[in-house]
Write a protein that binds this ligand. Structure first.
Ligand code: PLP
Length: 443
């Protein structure tokens, strides 16, 4: 195929926009509840509202609070409302970022710089996290040159608290817990970890990226949710993505701190630039005002009652789905997930083959490893697909039960192979090579 050249002449807008719509035809159909990750779907009305609000500020730049004081006002109001939701006291502070990864990067940087200030003797800082915590934390630690210490979890995805305590040493600058973890939807024992953090006087961050905008509302809808937020003694900071269960388009998250002294360490300043004193609270420079405006608007549009109603729908769907999964021979839900995220596993069936089989029936469920499982993030729109989904899952499980080892091919075989490589360095090399080739351009 010929190399793609920069187009010589412009094309009519309608043609290009039509092409753009057509590009989507092979993508997964998230609007009809057939996808269990990536796009958080609360239905057409909420989506259209968020799009409208987003587009009002799409072109404004959040980089300059002086040029766009309205964005500064909206950002601080979003932070204030999120602090109200997540147990922030009168001293608390925070910022908006472009997503969970940036919130975590920002808070790991803040914790590192806090430790540099306070404990200059620490030369090789470490953070401690359960195996189930999100890799964005490992990524942050990697970028910021911090050692990651991983604590094992049991078969119910519960972290080994004794091992966690033992892993803390004189180099530990940060403890992590999830509420809940992304892979299995399990909430770590935040109160116990908070006690350890207080006792050892170490910064404790709760990653509520996926849970921050659903756990409080699931609780308000009448279900039991363990304490997990800034109101728990020992918790110094928390991250929560608005672009997940807050239902804005991507690019919106908050990182919140117990007090403004802690937040200070996330700010970057370069004072000697001919372009002016350059100061930003987060990683991004220029950033669209769209996510800020969409967050501000959707919080007002839905309110506690709207979010609680949506969380109630998603929770009911989650419970029905979990019950259905546990009722299919060979399948079970990992651990005791308290809310809307859970994982399907099996001791007898190849769950990767199950995922592949579901894909042929146009259900997209991500594969996970250690142990092999399928990921379910349940959203309000899934209330509409419970019966067809469970019927297809049962059929797929029956088919997979009949497969012989040599019948397992394609993605299932690949995933299984990577999962069982004894040398994790090989898995890493394999994935690096794979991604490098995946993004190959035609020249
Ligand atoms: C989604 C998620 C992240 C990462 O957030 P992005 O918005 O994808 O960058 C981090 N932690 C948890 C628990 C998450 O669910």
């Amino acid at each position: 195929m010929a190399a793609l050249r920069f187009p010589q002449q412009g094309m009519p807008a309608e043609v290009v926009l039509e092409d753009l719509q057509a590009m989507k035809s092979g993508d997964s159909d998230w609007k009809n509840g057939r996808v269990f990750s990536l796009v958080f779907n609360a239905g057409e009305e909420v989506k259209q509202f968020a799009e409208k609000a987003f587009s009002v500020y799409m072109n404004e730049n959040g980089l300059s609070p002086f040029a766009f004081p309205s964005l500064l006002k909206m950002e601080t109001e979003v932070v204030a409302t999120m602090l109200d939701l997540l147990g922030g006291g009168s001293e608390a502070a925070g910022n908006m970022t472009t997503g969970g990864t940036e919130s975590l990067m920002t808070v790991v940087k803040a914790a590192r710089d806090y430790a540099r200030d306070k404990y200059p003797g620490i030369k090789q800082p470490e953070l401690v996290m359960p195996l189930s915590a999100h890799p964005a934390i490992c990524k942050a630690a990697h970028y910021l040159d911090i050692k990651t210490v991983i604590i094992p979890t049991d078969k119910h995805s519960v972290v080994d608290l004794e091992a966690y305590r033992r892993a803390i040493n004189e180099n530990t600058i940060l403890m992590i817990g999830s509420a809940p973890s992304y892979p299995h939807g399990i909430v770590d024992p935040i109160e116990e970890l908070g006690r350890i953090a207080l006792e050892k006087n170490i910064w404790f961050h709760v990653d509520a990226c996926v849970g921050g905008m659903v756990l409080p509302f699931v609780k308000m809808a009448g279900y039991a949710i363990p304490l997990f937020d800034l109101s728990v003694p020992g918790v110094w900071s928390i991250s929560a993505d608005i672009h997940k269960y807050g239902y804005t388009p991507k690019g919106a998250s908050v990182v919140l701190y117990r007090n403004i002294e802690l937040r200070k360490h996330q700010i970057y300043v370069y004072a000697d630039w001919p372009g002016g004193v350059y100061a930003t609270p987060s990683i991004a420079g220029s950033r669209s005002g769209g996510p800020v405006a969409a967050s501000w608007a959707i919080i007002r549009y839905l309110g506690l009652d709207g979010y609680t109603k949506l969380a109630g729908l998603a929770m009911k769907a989650s419970l029905e789905l979990q019950k259905g999964v546990n009722g299919i021979p060979g399948l079970y839900v990992i651990g005791r997930p308290p809310a809307t995220v859970f994982a399907i596993s099996s001791d007898s069936l190849n769950v990767y083959a199950l995922g592949d089989r579901m894909k042929t029936m146009r259900w997209y469920i991500d594969s996970q490893q250690m142990p092999p499982s399928l990921h379910m993030t349940v959203m309000p729109e899934h209330a509409k697909i419970l019966q067809p989904f469970l019927a297809d899952l049962r059929t797929a499980a029956e088919e997979v039960a009949k497969l012989k080892q040599e019948d397992i091919t394609g993605e299932a075989a690949l995933y299984g192979m990577i999962g069982t490589l004894p040398d994790r360095g090989m898995a890493k090399d394999f994935a690096t090579q794979y991604l490098n080739e995946l993004y190959q351009v035609r020249r």
